[in-house]
Design a protein around this ligand. Structure first.
Ligand code: GLN
Length: 542
């Protein structure tokens, strides 16, 4: 694309019900457009009043996805980064909380010069100014903006009004609207029903938005009659009514399904983008590996928020990417750490080929996780500890190898006589990246001759963090003398970023979250080597 071309904007709204997978659909469109040679950036407008999702419970909201700059964002941004090459920053996740905070701040400092401050124009102007700022920072061809929530939500109105105004300002062919909706199947009537969609579109039209494309989530194929009906009521050509059936195997099928329905072609036509079709061969091969694996491994993820299917989203996706790379199927047992405390490790972990302990906060289930780490260490089962999972490995080592039975993190026992994981004084001085929390990307030096070195093949790597507590340096000497390997350190060597066990086939804990950087066709090296070790373990135990 030539530099002089105008920036194009796609707005994705959702209707009828929430949880339709707008983020996934927006990300999948991003994939298709990128495969046509366009540079795409995605962002999300979240109408809720929280300033960011950092303080929201994973039970409520699923995983908090951390960006390179330390922003704690909605998990849809994880889809955006995994499905496209766009590197996102805190400007790519705008919430009502941020908008109102900014507007009220301006009001207090007198920036509105005594005017009455109102939703239109002050709140809508603030929303538009964020979009303009993002566009000015980017060298991309297209910005795709997903509006969170469902059409008709009170909190969403200012965002819808703002994007309506914005589309007028940039003109037809530079902005378009895609509405994702549900077309439910009524079993008793034996038919798909279009009325909820008609009403959702009517709501949008009330605001002054006429969607250009309708994407229909459905359990049954849309007949030509249904397509015609939707076309008539929703005021768009039949071709612009697109079917998005539930995927049979994996979310990575979504871009391929939407390509079959010609979504990317319609978008390019609407926005007058003259670009070649998308070559999705590599993506297709990746999907085939997931659907038709030549072997299978069984992994256990021992966590706390396992009932919420999205709480460990990026970890699950990273394991999927790595498994596909090694042509192996993945059976992932999500185990509540408290059940290990109750039923024992042998019962729950006896048949697995690898154990993952993901990140987490608070002491519930910690003892179960420590038991899982002990099991992996003593039985030679591959172990991968992410953030809290590394801290668990360190506590387990201190208790069971060094015999410091009361060893703990001060997060769980402030009075422990062996605070092997603790708040460091240096840590307390970090203020620029979110208080005492270490957030965002930090450089890590990888030590030669370690598993981490073998995986990364690099001396220096950058990984994202989200934690408060650290390995306590007072115990470095005793621990390393007893066989703990410090395989990753901060550039000033003051912070332990990765630990391993000498003599174990694959046992690694990292203080960061590698799961935020894995992509479908380029899995993260640590996940890749962990899965490889699990395959080797499964061959041994077969
Ligand atoms: N609760 C631990 C800490 O704050 C680990 C955090 C995490 O796993 N993200 O250090």
């Amino acid at each position: 694309m030539s530099e002089t071309k105008a920036m194009k904007y796609i707005f994705v709204t959702g209707g009828v019900v929430s949880s339709l997978g707008k983020g996934l659909t927006a990300a999948s469109l991003g994939t298709l457009l990128e495969h046509r040679g366009l540079k795409v950036v995605l962002q999300k407008y979240d109408p809720y009043l929280n300033v960011d999702p950092g303080t929201m419970s994973p039970y409520q909201h699923g995983e908090v996805y951390v960006l390179e700059d330390g922003a704690e964002t909605d998990l849809d941004l994880g889809h955006y980064e995994r499905f496209t090459g766009s590197r996102l920053t805190r400007s790519n996740n705008v919430t009502s909380g941020q908008i109102y905070e900014a507007v009220l701040g301006k009001e207090r400092s007198g920036e509105y010069l005594g005017k009455t401050v109102q939703v239109i124009p002050h709140v809508t102007d603030e929303i538009k100014s964020r979009l303009k700022k993002l566009a000015a920072q980017q060298t991309c061809d297209i910005i795709i903006t997903e509006i969170g929530g469902t059409t008709g939500d009170i909190e969403g109105l200012p965002f819808l009004e703002a994007i309506r105004q914005f589309s007028q300002e940039v003109g037809t062919h530079n902005a378009m609207f895609i509405h994702l909706t549900l077309v439910p199947y009524l079993k008793a009537a034996g038919e798909l029903k279009t009325k909820p969609t008609q009403q959702s579109i009517a709501k949008l039209r009330e605001i002054g938005i006429q969607p250009n494309i309708l994407i229909c989530r459905t359990e049954h194929p849309l007949s030509i009659d249904i397509r015609n009906k939707l076309s008539l009521f929703c005021n768009m050509p039949t071709d612009n009514v697109i079917e998005q059936m539930d995927v049979a195997h994996t979310i990575y099928e979504v871009p391929l399904m939407l390509q079959k329905e010609k979504l990317d072609k319609l978008v390019c036509k609407q926005l007058k983008l003259d670009v070649p079709p998308a070559n999705m061969e590599k993506w297709q091969r990746f999907v085939q590996q997931i659907i038709f694996p030549s072997k299978k491994i069984r992994l256990a993820m021992v966590g706390k928020y396992v009932e919420h299917q999205d709480a460990y989203k990026s970890v699950v996706e990273s394991l999927t990417h790595a498994s596909a790379e090694h042509s192996t199927g993945l059976e992932l047992l999500q185990i509540d750490a408290e059940t290990i405390e109750r039923d024992g490790t042998e019962e729950l972990l006896g048949k697995v080929h690898g154990i993952v302990v993901p990140g987490g906060f608070g002491d519930r289930g910690v003892e179960g996780k420590i038991a899982a780490a002990a099991y992996a260490r003593t039985k030679g089962v591959p172990y991968f500890g992410l953030c809290l999972g590394m801290q668990i490995a360190v506590i387990e080592f201190a208790r069971n190898v060094l015999g410091w039975t009361s060893a703990n993190s001060t997060e769980f026992d402030a009075a422990t006589s062996y605070p092997v994981i603790a708040l460091l004084d240096e840590q307390k001085t970090i203020t620029q990246k979110g208080g005492t929390m270490r957030l965002g990307a930090w450089e890590c030096r990888v030590q030669p001759g370690t598993l981490a070195w073998a995986a990364y093949g690099a001396e220096s790597v950058s990984e994202r963090h989200r934690h408060r507590y650290e390995f306590n340096n007072n115990y470095r000497e005793s621990m390393t003398n007893a066989g703990l390997v410090l395989s990753g350190l901060s550039p000033d060597s003051k912070l332990v970023e990765m630990v391993e066990l000498s003599g174990h086939p694959w046992y690694l804990g990292c203080q960061f979250h590698p799961e935020f950087q894995s992509k479908p066709t380029s899995p993260h090296p640590l996940f890749s080597d962990f899965v490889k070790a699990a395959i080797e373990f499964s061959n041994l135990t077969a």
